[in-house]
Design a protein. Structure first.
Length: 566
């Protein structure tokens, strides 16, 4: 009987290999056939089309159109964009002067100066308008062209012509190696260690480890790892970061692709640095990819309490392949699965709706999985936090003030009129300062459509459809008049959120990026929630053990309905 079973298993394996080989050969034939067709078509169009064509643009458009049928993470990178690609996805170093810039009404301004780099040393400030870079006028250039002009080899010269308060200012700088740290801030917040990880590029795990070692010397009650707005990066760095908190030889993430060679288990390889330190992780709707691997693995292993809002839901793995003539292609090669076995991918790129758009994973396909202690978690919709902290959308007036650069302009004038301010962690605008800001808006265009106006417009449209406009026209006009009066008070109605954003802009003029982070702590609901969890060992254990309401995390029947109502 055993021999028969072995023969049957061998037969099945042989058939599977034969089928796979035949399928592979058939795929190669189709690829070869279609390449011949494409090459001939490209050649004939280039030679015979009635108008002159640019072969490079023609090929780039054809490639982009092909990739548009796949997911947005599969992209072609021509040689001219390779350096920017590496900076975005791999390396944290480049040659530059240490500024971020912003276009306002077609003009290029310095938005923020990084402390310690050439621009800072030469006295450049936010609000300086860049007119020329090495003699080349900025007018008409796009962001990529400006970036290429500002960056260059370390030690190379850069000549800038600036416009500051109506006067031309000339600056001669020497480019330095600019390092963009993955950990943009770490420190003690009360008795809790706090690490803000901005991205998962080269050495991110080492940076987290270095910060954790230093903070642990201060004997913190617990640690907060902040992954909010972190769009991800290198998968292996995520595994190493999880390894700082969990034991050796544990599966952290598994990637599975159509190609069997792309199916890989990623395990921890070292003993943990902080196996027992209470840990919370902050996430939000912009936490994606490697951030979700870290949050999802720590949740599945019941090692950390996840706080915030549901993450983005990117459960796909990309790999970069070299192409001829120094170009690249980044291809989605697999999906990844957290230790419980769930894939948190939220968008279904294999199917499109009737209007040609990709929708979310169907509710009927969302499955339940279990953490190590038996808590229920779900796939297909990002990482749902153990403790949810609600977030409020910005009001239309605030969005308008941001888009029209009203905060930017006022922060620059505030810095000019105030040589110093309170320490970043204590800085707040007074009511008099806020009044001065609102007065500065007089006569400026920051027109916006309020939510009430949108509802009123919808109501009018429905009345027209039902041919009842004449009956309600007078009432609608009366509501519109009252609404316009109420709209004038929006600057006071939404004062708290407007004031917070204005304070953030102002404090960055004095204390740069780190100051902006520290100043925001006084308004940070997610951080306060994480600290309160860490302050109560009873609550933390109840969450991690799945007691009571914490037994099920992100029940789709409840969370999807709640999302639809927001």
């Amino acid at each position: 009987m055993l021999m028969k079973k072995n023969k049957f298993a061998l037969l099945i394996a042989t058939v599977a290999v034969t089928t796979l080989t035949w399928s592979f050969k058939e795929d190669l034939f189709l690829v070869s056939k279609n390449l011949d067709i494409f090459a001939s078509l490209y050649k004939e169009i280039s030679i015979n089309y009635v108008e002159e064509t640019d072969p490079t643009d023609l090929m780039k458009n054809g490639i982009d159109a092909m990739l548009d049928t796949l997911d947005p993470y599969t992209v072609y990178v021509p040689e001219s964009e390779v350096e920017d690609f590496k900076l975005k996805y791999v390396s944290t170093q480049f040659g530059g002067i240490g500024v971020s810039t912003v276009f306002i009404e077609g003009k290029l301004f310095i938005n923020e100066v990084t402390e310690g780099y050439p621009a800072f040393k030469q006295g450049m400030v936010a609000g300086d308008q860049i007119m020329k870079i090495n003699g080349t006028e900025v007018k008409g250039k796009d962001r990529m062209q400006v970036s290429q002009l500002l960056r260059g080899p370390r030690g190379s010269a850069l000549d800038l012509l600036l416009l500051r308060e109506g006067s031309l200012v000339h600056k001669e700088l020497i480019r330095d190696e600019i390092r963009q740290p993955n950990v943009i801030y770490s420190g003690m917040v009360g008795d809790v260690a706090y690490i803000r990880l901005d991205k998962f590029l080269e050495n991110s795990a080492q940076e987290v480890q270095n910060a954790a070692v230093e903070l642990n010397k201060q004997h913190p009650r617990g640690m907060v790892l902040d992954l909010r707005y972190n769009g991800g990066g290198i998968l292996q760095e995520a595994v190493k970061i999880v390894n700082l908190f969990v034991n050796k030889d544990m599966v952290i993430v598994t990637q599975k692709g159509r190609n069997p060679e792309k199916t890989i288990n990623y395990r921890t390889t070292a003993m943990p640095l902080l196996p027992d330190l209470p840990l919370t992780v902050l996430i939000n709707g912009s936490s994606a990819s490697a951030s979700e691997i870290v949050a999802g693995a720590l949740q599945d292993l019941d090692r950390a309490v996840i706080v915030g809002q549901r993450s983005y839901g990117k459960g796909l793995v990309q790999q970069t392949f070299n192409l001829p003539y120094n170009s690249l292609v980044k291809i989605t090669v697999a999906k990844y699965f957290t230790p419980s076995g769930r894939c948190i991918q939220a968008i279904d790129y294999s199917h499109k709706t009737a209007v040609g758009k990709n929708g979310k994973i169907a509710d009927s396909l969302i499955a339940k999985f279990n953490t190590r202690t038996g808590r229920s978690v779900y796939d297909g919709n990002g990482v749902y936090p153990d403790v949810v902290v609600g977030t409020n959308k910005l009001s239309p007036v605030t969005i308008s003030l941001i888009s029209k650069s009203m905060f930017f302009d006022y922060a620059n004038s505030y810095k000019k009129n105030h040589p110093s301010i309170a320490p970043a962690e204590n800085f707040k605008l007074s009511d008099e300062d806020y009044a001065a800001f609102t007065n500065s808006l007089d006569g400026k265009d920051y027109a916006y459509v309020s939510n009430t106006e949108k509802l009123l417009a919808d109501l009018k449209t429905e009345a027209e459809k039902e041919q009842k406009l004449a009956e309600v026209k007078a009432d609608l006009e009366d509501l519109k008049a009252k609404m316009l009066i109420a709209k004038k008070t929006d600057l006071m109605t939404h004062k708290p959120e407007i004031k917070r954003i204005l304070e953030s802009q102002i404090v960055s003029r004095y204390y740069f990026e780190k100051g902006r982070i520290v100043q925001a702590f006084q308004y940070d609901k997610e951080l306060e929630t994480a600290k309160s969890v860490l302050a109560s060992s009873t609550k933390m254990l109840a969450i991690l053990k799945g007691e009571g309401a914490y037994r099920t995390i992100g029940d789709p029947a409840k969370t999807i309905a709640a999302t639809d109502n927001n």
